[in-house]
Design a protein around this ligand. Sequence first.
Ligand SMILES: [Zn+2]
Ligand SMILES: [Zn+2]
Length: 163
Amino acid sequence: MLLDIKKIFSTYDAPVKVSEELDLSKEDFPGYEVPDSIHLELCLVLHGNVLETELYFRAQAVYECARCLERSQQVFDVERSYPVRQADLTDPDAELPFTEDGQLDTKELVYSELLLEIPTVLLCSDDCAGLCPVCGRKKPCACTHETNDATDERLSILKQLLS
Ligand SMILES: [Zn+2]
Ligand SMILES: [Zn+2]
């Protein structure tokens, strides 16, 4: 959606609340996808000549764990607040993506906030042990026990020799 910020500045009389469903399933993300639609909420309040623009949305990233390659998902809650001045609308270096005629591209904003929020290396869990180099399965696997048994066996032989 293109939100007319310039118009909000010129006609403001009360806080502006906007909600929108966004589809970013076709967008290109590094190492993950965002298949479900995103519910975005925006609240704009004018304080003096600064338009406090607050944003909130929740997005679910779907990806393969970087260690075990298992399909996983994680939810990210994004909350941001930007002070917008009228001069920002025509400033090419403005923090927010405004069009030439002072409109805010909400989809582009959510997309760029997701890129900042979601790490490019994602795991199924913080303590994921990855794949076993022997059997290729996710650890702990059957080999782990065998290795332990073999060590125990060698230890018991050693103990026998020592006694
Ligand atoms: Zn994993
Ligand atoms: Zn194994």
